[in-house]
Ligand binder design. Sequence first.
Ligand SMILES: O=C(O)CCC(=O)C(=O)O
Ligand SMILES: [Fe+2]
Length: 346
Amino acid sequence: MSEAAEAPVSSTGSPAKYVQEMSRDGDEPPPRYIVKQIPNSSPPSAPVPVIDLSQLSSPEELGKLRSALSSWGCFQAIGHGISSSFLDKIRHVTKQFFALPTDEKLKYARETYDMEGYGNDPVLSDKQVYDWCDRLFLNLIPQDSRKLHLWPANPSEFREVLDEYSVNMKLIVELLLKAMARSLNLEEDCFLKQYEDKELMAARFNYYPACPKPDSVLGAKAHSDGSAITILLQDQEVEGLQMFKDDQWFRVPILPHAFVVNAGDQIQIMSNGIFKSPLHRVSTSSEKDRISLAVFHLPNPEVEIEPVKGLIDEKWPQQYRKLKNYSAINFECFQNGKIALETVRI
Ligand SMILES: O=C(O)CCC(=O)C(=O)O
Ligand SMILES: [Fe+2]
């Protein structure tokens, strides 16, 4: 294919120019960003379920949680206990970071073929259509995996705010994993036990600049998350996230100060396919920049995961094999155009 030759790929395994710079300079999106035809490019708004995390001791709310995760694979979480002012603050420092001059942001640039740090869509395959998005990817947990030199010192509160955000995210994830187990009438620590106290958590700050071709360019191509759980803070004003359900795309509306919680592929495996890891994508806007912050939580790659025994019986046999390092499987499948979850199905 000639596609690889059309868009120069720099030696860092990244598209040659940051998307934010192309947007600022009024560049036409290069061919490698063009999706030939975006199916369903203006879908309807989605009735994504809303779950109140402060009510998860009630059987009704647990029932809603189970139903949301086994149909949509996602929900909007309210009642999470994090103040609106703190959420505004983390959005604010995110915007401040991306507003810095490129030279300043490059102090935190990711290394060749590394995920962590500031950069654009990593190039993993020569068939890849690029996302109209720049990112800052940082490990949060375990603490000793943090590459603090990649944590922006500008704006000055960035590190402190992210550290506090990380503490909050860990608490919410644990609360959710326990509630998800209870919603299936299982011991509440049955998912957490599989982590063997070796969890990973990482943050991806996404910056989607305005795009002159929203009908043929995506902020993020359709994907499911390779995590166990993802907690996403959407932009306050600019929509973009879309979910695939029942063969159709839906726009996820903005609910101020709610998180969008996604089941990731690894919880689909651990729940023996009961919870669904949803396919989602991000559209672009011709007028406005958009930010989001995704926090991914997953077991350490050394740890083996498998469907929980209590969810396997004759009527619903084991759907996925025991495995470890799902991220590596996911990565290889992406490069070979395969769907990772399908390759680990029994
Ligand atoms: O920006 C969004 O709304 C979604 C981002 C996302 O799906 C991701 O970072 O995995
Ligand atoms: Fe995602």
